[in-house]
Design a protein around this ligand. Structure first.
Ligand SMILES: [Fe+2]
Ligand SMILES: [Fe+2]
Length: 290
């Protein structure tokens, strides 16, 4: 095991020890299923269904993700544990939709068939870029679930509020692991890691885009459900940079280089605000998993 791999393995052990000690939750025992509010709005159910849909691409996230890092012990084992935790997210949301009476078994089977007819592919192709993608995606997902935890509370659905609470805790823990790995990678190769971070920010898209059934109409109906550009910058972009000890100035310089590279041949999308996360207005609900 190289020095770098050893450091990453230590980060995984810290993550795993904490997960085992503080964060395990049980779908059957810890959710107050009896406190579901069957009178809650359809919009609340639609949001839960959309989050559930994004979480359901789990087989693609797991297979693509673990194959990319299979020779890195710490990261490969993280993927295995991550898969277990994420598997509970879609499962629990599906149970919510059924037990709340908002969806029937048939409706969910139909949705599953539509979901599995499409496939999620890796948005980036190196372990380092995918690690940073995971970091950004988990943080954005966390922000969205926190928002919906409050919303479920407002609609007196203690069951869904609790579900979002457990899921949000998982998502931020995933983000923290990725952040700890990126910190190690910055120590090893700061310019290279910054370049990858800039590249990922410039091309970032949430995992459900283009594959979740009726995605566009869901976004329209979900109104304030998502993360707009402003929220992304304040609650995802800036906190990640702060945690990693990367100044905005340093990141902008790396982003400028990434934009120049992109203009020089890669697919071009959006160069506004230094190329930060294009399509942010539509990032909204796909926010999950990975
Ligand atoms: Fe996650
Ligand atoms: Fe998740």
């Amino acid at each position: 095991m190289s020095r770098l791999e050893e450091k990453i393995f230590r980060e995984y052990m810290t993550f795993f020890e904490k997960a085992e000690r503080e964060r395990r939750w049980n779908v059957f025992q810890d959710i107050p299923w009896e406190r579901v509010n069957r009178e809650a709005s359809e919009e609340l159910a639609l949001c839960a269904e959309t989050f559930c849909s994004v979480e359901m691409y789990l087989p693609d996230y797991v297979s693509n993700g673990i194959n990319l890092v299979r020779s890195y012990f710490g990261q490969a084992w993280f993927q295995a544990n991550w898969a277990y935790e994420e598997s509970k997210h879609s499962l629990t949301l599906m149970q919510y939709l059924l037990r709340s009476g908002k969806r029937t078994e048939e409706q969910l089977t139909d949705l599953q068939n539509q979901i599995f007819a499409k496939q999620w592919n890796l948005p980036f192709h190196t372990p380092r870029q995918m690690t940073f993608y995971g970091c950004v995606q988990e943080m954005a997902t966390f922000v969205i679930y926190v928002k919906h935890r409050e919303r479920a509370g407002t609609e007196n659905d203690e069951c869904l509020r609790t579900i979002y609470d457990y899921i949000a805790r998982d998502e931020i823990a995933h983000c923290r692991f990725y952040q700890s790995v990126i910190k190690v990678l910055l120590e090893e190769d700061r310019p290279g890691t910054l370049a990858d971070m800039a590249h990922v920010f410039a091309n970032f898209e949430m995992p459900g885009v283009g594959i979740v059934p009726d995605y566009d109409s869901r976004i329209l109906k979900m109104r304030e459900a998502g993360v707009d550009r402003n929220v992304f910058i304040q609650k995802v972009y800036m906190p990640i940079l702060k945690y990693l000890g990367v100044s905005r100035h340093e990141m902008l310089a790396a982003q400028r280089t990434a934009i120049d590279l992109r203009r020089g041949g890669e697919r071009r999308r959006d160069t506004s605000i230094e190329g930060l996360a294009p399509n942010l207005d539509s990032v909204a609900p796909q926010a999950l998993s990975a």
